[in-house]
Design a protein around this ligand. Structure first.
Ligand code: NAD
Length: 358
């Protein structure tokens, strides 16, 4: 396996492979860029089919965190880690403590938070061995950043709806949500409160049932959800769902969801634009979670955190404005904006005036 020539390598500052014989831990930590601060990002546990697949995932996710934190005006760099294994079968307290040792050995260049396959109790076990973790029971949801992620995505949807449809709310609009897990459920709740008609699908029958019963969403099959005729499609399950096969079949006017790396390739954003679909870059609108984790670390008041998440709307409005005038894909504009912040080296989120973020 080659690292330096891996397609997603993109000049990462650090890629570390860790293993522990006693617990069976096999993990990778990737730190893409620390210009603005330590690389903070989730620790994902997933049964990757190969080491190459795990490396590809961690590199793509880590790079995405650099842009996400820069756009969110956070004094943080981009980092991510993956544990190779099935979180339901292979997870143990000893393995998580060994992961804590591995994180500690990087000396603070990487700071871990929860991600798919890990939760707040797992982070607490890592914290027995390292100070470089975040997001533990320090917000009104027991440390879970997902409600903040959902709120940021919701603000993104509202901004896109205003831009594209001139509407001030989601009342009467049709939204399809793929994945009703941590983020998808809270997003459905915000949209239902705003008067939207919400369609949802999930491979997990319990998660689907909960949203149907508690939020009165309309259940559809996992095969159909991406291709419904709706105003907004919100991918909230997994990456690479927007690709050369799916895009020609999409019938939504706006795509705005929480899933990381929704575009399978860089060309897919132009493909969406060619199909007349307004795409809200995932790393811009799903930043509510990392903003939440940052404010947990800082011990900020809820109002400070809430105001910070609202900047997502300002930033997205600026990206959509630039997209209109330049006719460039939104994803590329958002990346360029993030690179502007990186070049400026502006590390203080709340000292930066809104206009600098937006
Ligand atoms: P989650 O695991 O809690 O929820 C994902 C849901 O999607 C699950 O209910 C799962 O059963 C479902 N799912 C999986 N494959 C599916 C398919 N093919 N069709 C329909 N449903 C499917 O994860 P989450 O925390 O809600 O995160 C969702 C996405 O958002 C992930 O891509 C994650 O990386 C991203 N994200 C999450 C946060 C956060 O704060 N949790 C922050 C930023 C980005």
């Amino acid at each position: 396996m080659s690292v330096f020539s891996a397609p997603a390598y993109d000049q990462h500052e650090l890629v570390a492979f860790g293993s522990d014989r006693a617990t069976g831990l096999r993990a990778i930590i990737a730190v893409h860029d620390t210009t603005l601060g330590p690389g903070l990002g989730g620790c994902r546990m997933y049964p990757y089919a190969s080491d190459e697949e795990a490396l590809h995932d961690v590199l793509r996710l880590s790079r995405g965190m650099t842009y996400k934190s820069a756009l969110a005006g956070l004094p943080l760099g981009g980092g991510k880690s993956v544990i190779i294994g099935d979180s339901r079968r292979d997870k143990s307290p000893a393995l998580l403590r060994a992961m804590g040792d591995f994180i500690q050995s990087q000396g603070g260049r990487y700071v871990a938070a929860e991600d798919s396959g890990t939760g707040v109790p797992d982070i607490r076990l890592m914290a027995e061995r390292t100070a470089f973790v975040s997001g533990m029971n320090d917000n009104e949801h027991g440390g879970d950043p997902s409600p903040s992620t959902a709120y940021g995505v919701y603000l993104g949807i509202r901004t896109a709806v205003k831009h594209r449809l001139g509407a001030e709310s989601c009342a009467g609009l049709r939204v399809a949500i793929q994945g009703l897990g941590h983020v998808g459920y809270y997003l459905a709740r915000l949209l239902r409160t705003d008067g939207a008609v919400v369609y949802g699908a999930d491979i997990n029958a319990d998660n689907l049932q909960r949203a149907v019963q508690e939020l009165d969403i309309i259940p559809v099959s996992t095969d159909e959800i991406l291709f419904l005729e709706v105003d907004i499609l919100a991918p909230c399950a997994m990456g690479a769902v927007l690709n050369d096969r799916s895009i020609p079949r999409l019938r939504a006017g706006i795509i705005a969801g929480a899933a990381n790396n929704q575009l399978a390739t860089a060309e897919d954003c132009a493909r969406l634009q060619d199909h007349g679909i307004l795409y809200c870059p995932d790393f811009l609108i799903n930043a509510g979670g990392i903003i939440d984790v940052h404010h947990q670390r800082m011990g900020s008041a809820d109002v400070t955190k809430g105001e910070h998440i609202q900047r997502i709307a300002t930033s997205l409005a600026e990206v959509l404005r630039r997209a209109d005038t330049s006719h460039c894909p939104t994803h590329l504009i958002a990346e360029d904006l993030a690179k502007e912040y990186l070049r400026a080296g502006e590390p203080d989120p709340l000292a930066a005036p809104l206009s600098a973020v937006g």
